[in-house]
Design a protein around this ligand. Structure first.
Ligand SMILES: *[C@@H]1O[C@H](CO)[C@@H](O)[C@H](O)[C@H]1NC(C)=O
Ligand SMILES: *[C@@H]1O[C@H](CO)[C@@H](O)[C@H](O)[C@H]1NC(C)=O
Ligand SMILES: *[C@@H]1O[C@H](CO)[C@@H](O)[C@H](O)[C@H]1NC(C)=O
Ligand SMILES: *[C@@H]1O[C@H](CO)[C@@H](O)[C@H](O)[C@H]1NC(C)=O
Ligand SMILES: *[C@@H]1O[C@H](CO)[C@@H](O)[C@H](O)[C@H]1NC(C)=O
Ligand SMILES: *[C@@H]1O[C@H](CO)[C@@H](O)[C@H](O)[C@H]1NC(C)=O
Ligand SMILES: *[C@@H]1O[C@H](CO)[C@@H](O)[C@H](O)[C@H]1NC(C)=O
Ligand SMILES: *[C@@H]1O[C@H](CO)[C@@H](O)[C@H](O)[C@H]1NC(C)=O
Ligand SMILES: *[C@@H]1O[C@H](CO)[C@@H](O)[C@H](O)[C@H]1NC(C)=O
Length: 429
């Protein structure tokens, strides 16, 4: 007769906790949607500014951009528009189309009305790429296309001759070479054509004002031309995941502004040129997944700003020329996958987990031997360090899962208790 009350109490407790857990997330989001629409309506358009060109308002409507609110007030609907300040009518200078519906299409009348644009960008907007009126093509200084416009041709892009910024990403580009696209773009400063299935070789001439070049994940072939090494203002160069080959040219050291460099996942061979030491500001160097050979040059450790160094999966050999204080300074160091590379045990601890073997007296890697008996002292040395290290990592990485585990154990013991009490209650009836 005394069993029902605790069971009842427990069930109430359990349902209360479940209810509170279920209600808390649903309660918190509700205030934000109700509060956010209010500020825009209170923001009245300033009476002094002139209205947007009615032709362009019509065009915005045809592009499914809401115009009930003045599109010239910042931030505009979906951040899609920026206007100039001209009178009596304002004009659009920037238009960003994103998440377009599949029935959207660009009419020539719409494009004609947009010739005031300096910047045009598409993100997730699969409209068909129609021919742009030449006035619009010439007026654009910035063009961006990310997962949009289905597919582009080099000739189509080449008509934007006044661009300073060009971005095409996750959109196939068909061109017999980059020179077709860039041939007449003499103002270009930043160039991104990535994940675009672009073929051909790197052009023999590039605009010397370029500061940013990302041509990653394409089908580019051939060697790095000297035109590239002449870019003294270039800060960022990403040529990763292409079919480029040959040696890394010594002249790369002439690119004195370079900060981030990736030549990863190509077929570059030969050694890492010593001219790298002439580039003082290098922060991020990724040469992984190539066929580079020779030893790792010591000067890399003298680059004061270096944060990320990835040399993994090459054929580099010899003794790793880095000490612990240099390695500690880096955010990322990857040297694994170089089977003839090794580290000096009197300089570096095996706890660093560099993914390379320890060197013998002559600077050759000690090949790890599976049988327990051979080279007993080095084996035990490795074993101890491994055990210490993995336990450390486990403590660091699996902190939250312990909480989850504890919670699960708590819940299941409550459930067991309830079942137990129910059984007892049934028994006693
Ligand atoms: C619009 O742009 C502003 C400033 O760039 C940004 O803070 C805001 O999140 C953007 N809003 C939307 C809906 O993208
Ligand atoms: C586009 O749609 C996705 C999902 O429908 C949404 O997460 C994203 O915020 C949208 N982006 C813009 C810029 O409206
Ligand atoms: C763009 O380029 C053309 C031809 O190279 C030139 O005539 C024009 O002045 C440039 N600038 C603008 C804003 O159209
Ligand atoms: C990528 O380019 C190759 C030719 O280099 C072509 O056969 C293939 O269809 C292209 N893929 C896409 C998605 O355009
Ligand atoms: C280069 O591009 C690839 C693919 O687009 C990207 O994963 C990588 O982080 C980039 N590297 C650098 C140094 O920016
Ligand atoms: C350059 O590399 C650094 C270090 O990895 C990174 O923080 C920074 O975002 C990179 N810059 C660009 C433009 O990707
Ligand atoms: C590196 O590889 C090249 C061929 O790609 C070869 O000519 C050269 O002798 C190799 N150098 C070393 C140090 O192994
Ligand atoms: C580690 O290497 C750097 C660069 O080679 C050097 O400047 C520094 O003195 C070395 N530190 C130690 C503790 O040997
Ligand atoms: C390892 O470092 C010690 C101390 O700096 C040095 O005497 C020894 O020659 C080095 N061994 C190799 C194989 O480089």
């Amino acid at each position: 007769m005394k069993q029902p009350p605790p069971l009842f109490f427990l069930l109430i407790l359990l349902s209360a906790t479940i209810a509170s857990a279920a209600t808390t997330p649903t309660v918190s989001p509700t205030p934000s949607p109700t509060s956010s629409p209010t500020p825009p309506t209170t923001k009245a358009p300033s009476s002094s500014s002139s209205p947007l060109d009615p032709e362009q308002i019509k065009t915005l409507r045809s592009l499914h951009i809401p115009t009930t609110r003045d599109p010239c007030i910042q931030p505009s609907p979906r951040n899609a528009t920026i206007c100039d300040n001209s009178k009596p009518l304002r004009h659009l200078i920037s238009l960003h189309l994103s998440n377009c519906s599949s029935d959207l299409f660009l009419s020539s009348a719409a494009l004609k009305s947009l010739s005031s644009l300096r910047s045009l960008s598409f993100t997730d907007c699969p409209v068909s790429p129609v021919r742009f009126p030449s006035q619009l093509s010439l007026s654009l200084t910035s063009f961006s296309c990310i997962r949009s416009l289905r597919r582009l041709s080099g000739v189509w892009l080449s008509r934007f001759v006044n661009l300073t910024d060009l971005t095409v990403s996750y959109t196939p580009v068909k061109a017999s070479g980059l020179y077709v696209i860039l041939g007449h773009m003499h103002q270009l400063k930043t160039l991104t054509i990535s994940h675009a299935n672009l073929s051909g070789s790197l052009p023999r001439h590039l605009n010397p004002d370029l500061t940013h070049v990302d041509l990653s994940d394409n089908k580019l072939k051939g060697k790095i031309p000297t035109s590239l090494t002449l870019l003294e203002d270039l800060k960022f160069l990403n040529l990763s995941s292409n079919g480029l080959d040959g040696e890394i040219p010594t002249e790369l050291g002439n690119m004195i502004s370079l900060k981030n460099l990736s030549l990863a996942s190509n077929s570059f061979s030969g050694s890492i040129p010593s001219s790298f030491s002439a580039i003082p500001g290098l922060v991020h160097v990724d040469l992984s997944n190539n066929q580079l050979n020779g030893s790792i040059p010591k000067f890399l450790s003298e680059l004061k700003g270096l944060k990320v160094l990835n040399l993994e999966n090459n054929q580099l050999n010899g003794v790793l020329p880095f000490n612990a204080s240099f390695i500690k300074r880096l955010a990322v160091l990857k040297v694994g996958g170089n089977s003839n590379l090794c580290y000096n045990h009197s300089v570096l601890s095996s706890k660093l987990k560099l993914g390379v073997a320890r060197c013998d007296k002559n600077g050759f890697p000690i090949v790890a031997s599976p049988p327990k008996e051979s080279s007993a002292d080095s084996e035990s040395d490795y074993g101890d360090d491994d055990a210490a290290d993995t336990s450390n990592k486990k403590e660091k990485h699996h902190g939250p899962s312990k909480v989850v585990l504890g919670f699960a154990i708590g819940i299941s013991s409550i459930v067991f208790l309830i079942i137990f009490l129910i059984l007892i209650a049934k028994c006693c009836r």
